[in-house]
Design a protein around this ligand. Structure first.
Ligand code: ATP
Ligand code: MG
Length: 139
């Protein structure tokens, strides 16, 4: 159980904590960790060269987010993969979880938008509402 672990990161401290927990879980179960970060689609109307600039900026940022998360996860017996995917974060997380048949989704309770008083952020809320597998929200 909990051998296929999916952790979602957005560059926040909350998500880094989730990444550390995902690594610890993998080392306990002998599992594999998939790290994903979702980025907003770039509107077509931007046109060249602005579209390319925007895409490069977004991907550069996502690379940084993934590199930090990979460090936080550390080594996992089954290996660690990291990937950036375009789209709404919760939709991307739910789709990856289903298509890859993961055993558990690990996320932070809050993320980069953690300014409000809500206990759980909108992406976490959507994932816990719709996921078909266990979800571990790291505080
Ligand atoms: P909100 O976005 O609703 O203003 P928030 O940023 O505090 O509030 P969420 O966005 O729900 O809360 O973040 C909670 C967790 O969801 C994060 O710790 C991270 O695990 C995951 N998450 C959020 N955004 C992304 C993203 N773009 N890609 C991957 N995971 C994400
Ligand atoms: Mg957010």
């Amino acid at each position: 159980m909990f051998k296929k672990i999916l952790v979602a990161v957005d560059g926040s401290e909350h998500a880094l904590k989730a990444a550390r927990t995902a690594g610890e879980l993998a080392r306990t179960t002998g599992g594999h960790v998939d790290i994903i970060t979702a980025f907003d689609p770039i509107p077509d109307y931007l046109g060249k060269p602005y579209w390319e600039e925007a895409a490069a900026a977004r991907m550069g940022k996502a690379e940084e987010v993934l590199a930090k998360a990979k460090e936080a996860v550390g080594e996992a017996p089954g290996g660690v993969d990291a990937e950036m995917i375009e789209g709404d974060a919760a939709d991307v997380i739910l789709e990856v979880a289903e298509t890859r048949n993961v055993d558990v989704i690990v996320m932070g309770t809050r993320g980069l938008g953690a300014l409000h008083s809500l206990l759980v952020g909108s992406q976490s809320n959507k994932v816990i509402s719709h996921a078909k597998c266990p979800v571990l929200l790291v505080k």
